[in-house]
Design a protein around this ligand. Structure first.
Ligand SMILES: Cc1cc2nc3c(=O)[nH]c(=O)nc-3n(C[C@H](O)[C@H](O)[C@H](O)COP(=O)(O)OP(=O)(O)OC[C@H]3O[C@@H](n4cnc5c(N)ncnc54)[C@H](O)[C@@H]3O)c2cc1C
Ligand SMILES: *[C@@H]1O[C@H](CO)[C@@H](O)[C@H](O)[C@H]1NC(C)=O
Ligand SMILES: *[C@@H]1O[C@H](CO)[C@@H](O)[C@H](O)[C@H]1NC(C)=O
Ligand SMILES: *[C@@H]1O[C@H](CO)[C@@H](O)[C@H](O)[C@H]1NC(C)=O
Ligand SMILES: *[C@@H]1O[C@H](CO)[C@@H](O)[C@H](O)[C@H]1NC(C)=O
Ligand SMILES: *[C@@H]1O[C@H](CO)[C@@H](O)[C@H](O)[C@H]1NC(C)=O
Length: 488
């Protein structure tokens, strides 16, 4: 273990000692519960409902934002009183998804993506890359049929989670080869633009990352539902289910709340939570951690060496989505900034140029006449919201300077959401050294169970199915200390 990490852990411990020891409990509100759930996005909200309603287990759900729903971002268009989704778009018919919407009385309809004319723009010059040829529909479908055969073969290792992931030397060699080699060998190139656009995988390029990371990001259920047009959306908005879950859970939800400090043993947690000027001390039997598991997010939980060694291996990519009014781009267009090295059909280079390790797409959203666009910006390094705004302003300025658009490019940002989070980008060597088993070995370790996108196929429906697998183990775990305390 490198010295820097040891020092960090020591600092966490010292910091904890000073905060908890000096605390006068009577000033804080003390809550006692079975499970403290950290993070109220897709997995945390689902777990809260299941534990409290279906398993008679008390919960407190702690969420830093002022609303539940995580990656869902819904924009209310004031002019038309209609909504636009600029985060999560659609859902897979997988696992408990249909039941979960049904229990909140939410009707579903097929997802139809808006038909847009895509224009590929040289990220460097703002000129249209007229010689870039998108793969034709037959080539794309054929490549996806080959992809489907591959992801189907490996489905049991990857969906909904990695409980069955093989140990080295049984890890399929396909998982460990750089994706460029794999894609060429299986003639998958024509599927790459769509894989990148739908899953967001591959900031910094998809040539070098091992194939496993593409299989994780674009698995069998997603491939099948996409090919068969089976994706669905709730009527109303994607936020509705989270609003209803919040109304239902009532005072068991602490919004705008952050975990400041945690004292843990394997059966008793003392969690200091701050909500504006109010402090809570939550005494829980277990923690269910559903937020992105970066070392930074986990620091109040005092990770030990074993935990820190695993949670320090993620790539810290960033991803922002937003809504802006952009005056220079015509309606029904999608502007895709790509590096010129992708010309004419070099799809594996779409996100790969050294000096442009970020990507930008601007998709017209409607309603007609308002000039609204969904912004998607991602990079393989840390971006701030200001950086993102500047990238969009620079990008649209280049369109104007190159004469690609004729109108002046006024950009008015309406709403945005930061979805930056750690990503799987570990090396073949790390996988071979048992990384997945070490990660899964942390389930239940020192009182914390984990759910969320990082633990399996990263889509709401697969995440909900995975959450069910963890809840059963968590409940068993709690039962064990109930029965041992009865014996004592
Ligand atoms: C832009 C975008 C579009 C997507 N589109 C789709 C889609 O169309 N369909 C689909 O199925 N999936 C989509 N996904 C995948 C999406 O990640 C999953 O569907 C799902 O939302 C992930 O669930 P989660 O519980 O892991 O994380 P989230 O739903 O993101 O929830 C994590 C929660 O943890 C909270 N949190 C963050 N930091 C902390 C902290 N330090 N302490 C406590 N809480 C914290 C967050 O505020 C958030 O509420 C998309 C993801 C993104 C980023
Ligand atoms: C639910 O749990 C409470 C507290 O543990 C217990 O008193 C009650 O009997 C349980 N109810 C059911 C239906 O299991
Ligand atoms: C906006 O739409 C919502 C939901 O459809 C509706 O309940 C509300 O009355 C509408 N508001 C106005 C001002 O029309
Ligand atoms: C795609 O395939 C269909 C039938 O397989 C064929 O009729 C059509 O011409 C092909 N289109 C292209 C663009 O190759
Ligand atoms: C980001 O991507 C670029 C382009 O592929 C690459 O040169 C760079 O090393 C990557 N940086 C990180 C931190 O992965
Ligand atoms: C964009 O598409 C919608 C329907 O798909 C259509 O009603 C509208 O007129 C189009 N806008 C323009 C400017 O062509």
């Amino acid at each position: 273990m490198p010295r820097k990490d040891t020092l960090l852990i020591l600092l966490f411990v010292l910091q904890a000692a000073s905060t908890l020891a000096g605390r006068k409990v009577p000033e804080s509100t003390v809550l006692t519960t079975d499970v403290a759930i950290v993070g109220g996005g897709a997995s945390g909200t689902y777990a809260a409902i299941r534990l409290r309603e279906d398993f008679n287990t008390s919960i407190v759900l702690i969420e830093p934002r002022p609303y539940l729903g995580g990656s869902v971002s819904t924009y209310l268009v004031p002019e038309t009183n209609t909504t636009l989704e600029f985060g999560v778009q659609s859902y897979l018919r997988y696992g408990p998804a249909l039941d979960f919407f049904a229990r909140f009385g939410i009707a579903l309809r097929p997802f139809a993506s808006k038909r847009l004319t895509t224009v590929n723009i040289d990220v460097e010059t703002g000129e249209q890359l007229k010689d870039y040829l998108s793969p034709n529909i037959n080539a794309t479908n054929e490549a996806f049929q080959r992809w489907l055969a591959i992801v189907s073969k490996y489905k049991t290792f990857l969906e909904p989670g990695y409980w069955n992931f093989p140990l080295s030397p049984d890890i399929p060699s396909d998982f460990l080869v750089p994706f460029e080699d794999f894609a060429k060998r299986h003639e998958l190139e024509a599927a790459v633009p769509r894989i990148l656009a739908i899953s967001g995988v591959g900031y910094g390029g998809v040539r070098n990352p091992i194939t496993l990371h593409l299989l994780q990001a674009f698995g069998a259920s997603l491939t099948l539902d996409m090919l068969e047009n089976q994706m669905f959306v709730p009527t109303g908005s994607n936020s509705l289910i989270y609003q209803r879950a919040h109304d239902f859970l009532g005072p068991d939800v602490l919004l705008s709340s952050t975990v400041k400090d945690v004292k843990r043993t394997s059966t008793a947690m003392t969690i200091l939570v701050k909500q504006r000027d109010t402090e809570y001390i939550i005494k829980a039997r277990r923690i269910l951690y559903s937020a992105p598991p970066s070392l930074r997010n986990l620091s109040p939980f005092q990770p030990d060496e074993k935990e820190a060694a695993v949670f320090s291996t993620w790539a810290e990519d960033s991803e922002f989505v937003g809504i802006a009014k952009i005056s220079c781009i015509p309606e029904n267009y999608s502007i895709n900034f790509i590096p010129s090295v992708a010309v004419p059909t070099n799809y594996l280079a779409l996100k790969v140029r050294k000096d442009w390790p970020y990507s930008i797409r601007l998709d017209s959203t409607g309603p007609p006449g308002l000039g609204l666009f969904r912004i998607i910006v991602g990079a393989n390094y840390t971006l701030s919201l200001d950086d993102v705004k500047n990238l969009v302003l620079e990008g649209t300025k280049r369109l104007e300077d190159a004469g690609t658009v004729t109108e002046e490019c006024g950009v008015e940002f309406k709403s945005s959401s930061d979805h930056s989070r750690p990503q799987w980008k570990q090396t073949a060597e790390q996988l071979q050294s048992g990384l997945v088993q070490k990660l899964y070995g942390l389930q239940g370790y020192r009182g914390i169970w984990y759910v969320g996108y990082v633990w399996g196929a990263p889509y709401s429906s697969t995440i909900w199915a995975f959450t069910d697998t963890v809840l059963l183990k968590l409940l068993d775990d709690i039962k064990t200390d109930k029965s041992s305390s009865q014996k004592a």
